[in-house]
Design a protein around this ligand. Structure first.
Ligand SMILES: NC(=O)c1ccc[n+]([C@@H]2O[C@H](COP(=O)([O-])OP(=O)(O)OC[C@H]3O[C@@H](n4cnc5c(N)ncnc54)[C@H](O)[C@@H]3O)[C@@H](O)[C@H]2O)c1
Length: 449
């Protein structure tokens, strides 16, 4: 832990100094920066500047991007064209020492997410973290708990930007307003299939401009192979995210986006039991085919429900032969006492099911009660950093979702139904499964740094 977060103490000093008037001289004689400047621009570090990082350039260009960090030095010239004057770093641990930072946007591979989130929050920095915010149950719980501890001063957002699609709010409204009657079960699925035999074999040395050891970061050493880095911008994650030491496969990839569509509508906490089945376990590669079921207790508006995730060709059974769920690449189906709601990211279908399900019980919302548009997802976080601290996918909301999905992989590895104590973060009926809640880190890469 950093006992005295530098940027927070500097911000507080500026605030109190200007409040007393004693700071006027200081304010005249020093460069103003960050949230305290009259323009209220944030000083942001972008970690991982290419690939998914590029998708954030437009939103970030309205702020001060003062630091750029990437393990591939060849990515800096293009980023500097857009953010001239930013300092460059190859090691995010050094980058986070820069004193004028207010906030961090992180677009690195998944195996560094929890570390960067923790180190940044421990230094008083707001965080936008690409999904998944962390890989293991232990990491996700620590990141969420740390955010909850600091939620009165830090804004966080998980990179599930589809959440801003109007369909997310419409689906929630239909479920909450009873369009399918009492909610009984929820099914989410994704059909992406990336089959990998095992870690790639050694293939030469990395170029001098590519800091492979820093790319590995906290994860165990695997030989360098350029195929891990051969994907197109924004798609290169598919080159490494199937390997256990670098990602969680589709559970952390499209699973995080797709389960968000369900999660937004069900007001769930921790599951009490999890069971999962899939292809034979491969110690190097995460499963392509997986079905995971999560039992959630009742809450104040719905009974206990089972939430299920299917991937890699596994699908829920279609309730009607004319409904081809396989035609929806990534989708969600809600089953209620009186009907079904089937949705992809942008559209939804309501299917009343029984002879008496005439929809007379359902009253569409008045226009004035419809959830207003969320607006630009990145800007929601930027505005939150500047004061509101309110985001739709903070590390509390998304942490619970991501923990549930990670538990699916724990149950898959354990090969049996697990009972879970969400308060303690422990499997209670199969102690051996608790070994799958965490992972080992290389020396020099503490999680809570
Ligand atoms: N929200 C979305 O829709 C969406 C879409 C694509 C990717 N993603 C997420 O974004 C992240 C990055 O995916 P990608 O396809 O851009 O990956 P990538 O392999 O292209 O990496 C992105 C950038 O990070 C750099 N990098 C790698 N390790 C680093 C480190 N330790 N420190 C600093 N820089 C580092 C790379 O050199 C590259 O420039 C993943 O977590 C992925 O899940 C999200």
């Amino acid at each position: 832990m950093n006992p005295r977060p530098p940027s927070v103490s500097r911000r507080r000093f500026l605030q109190s100094a200007s409040a007393t008037g004693a700071g006027l001289l200081l304010l005249k004689s020093t460069t103003l920066f960050g949230q305290n400047t009259p323009s209220k621009k944030l000083n942001i570090a972008l970690i991982g500047v290419w690939g998914r990082g590029l998708a954030h350039y437009d939103a970030l260009a309205k702020e001060n991007v003062v630091a750029l960090c990437d393990v591939n030095e060849l990515r800096f010239p293009e980023a500097l064209l857009r953010f001239p004057g930013a300092k460059t770093y190859v090691d995010w641990r050094k980058c986070l020492e820069q004193k004028d930072l207010d906030a961090v946007v992180c677009c690195t591979p998944d195996h560094s997410h929890a570390h960067i989130a923790m180190w940044a929050m421990n230094r008083g920095l707001h965080v936008y973290m690409e999904k998944p915010i962390a890989m293991t149950v232990e990491e996700i719980r620590l990141v969420r708990a740390t955010y909850l501890k600091h939620r009165k001063k830090l804004a966080t957002q998980a990179g599930t930007q589809r959440h801003a699609f109007p369909n997310f709010a419409r689906v929630r409204e239909l479920i909450r307003d009873g369009a399918i009657g009492e909610l009984r079960a929820v099914y989410a699925w994704g059909n992406r299939q990336l089959r990998r035999p095992g870690y790639l074999p050694e293939a030469g040395a990395p170029p001098s401009t590519f800091h492979y050891d820093l790319w590995l970061g906290p994860s165990p050493v695997h030989p360098y192979n350029p195929d891990y880095f051969s994907g197109k911008a924004g798609m290169n994650c598919l080159q490494w995210n199937m390997y256990w030491d670098f990602g969680t496969g589709q559970v952390g990839d499209m699973g995080n986006h797709t389960m968000d569509l369900a999660w937004n509508a069900i007001d769930a906490g921790h599951p009490t039991a999890i069971e999962a089945t899939g292809e034979a376990y491969n110690p190097e590669v995460t499963p392509v085919e997986l079905t995971a079921h999560f039992d959630h207790p009742a809450n104040d508006w719905r009974p206990a429900i089972r939430v299920s995730w299917y991937q890699g060709g596994h699908l829920p059974t279609s309730p009607k032969r004319y409904l081809d769920l396989n035609g929806i690449g990534h989708g969600v189906m809600f089953k209620g006492a009186k009907g079904l709601l089937v949705s992809d990211f942008n559209t939804r279908m309501l299917i009343p099911v029984g002879d008496t399900d005439d929809l007379t019980y359902y009253r569409p919302r008045a226009k004035a009660d419809v959830t207003p548009p969320l607006g630009n997802f990145q800007e929601e976080w930027i505005n939150a950093c500047k004061g509101s601290l309110q985001t739709s996918c903070n590390f509390d909301y998304n942490g619970l979702l991501t923990e549930q999905m990670a538990l699916g992989l724990v149950a898959y590895r354990a090969g049996k139904r697990l009972e879970y104590d969400g308060k303690a973060g422990q499997v209670t009926n199969a102690p051996e499964a608790n070994a799958y809640l965490s992972r080992e880190y290389r020396a020099g890469w503490p999680l809570n740094g």
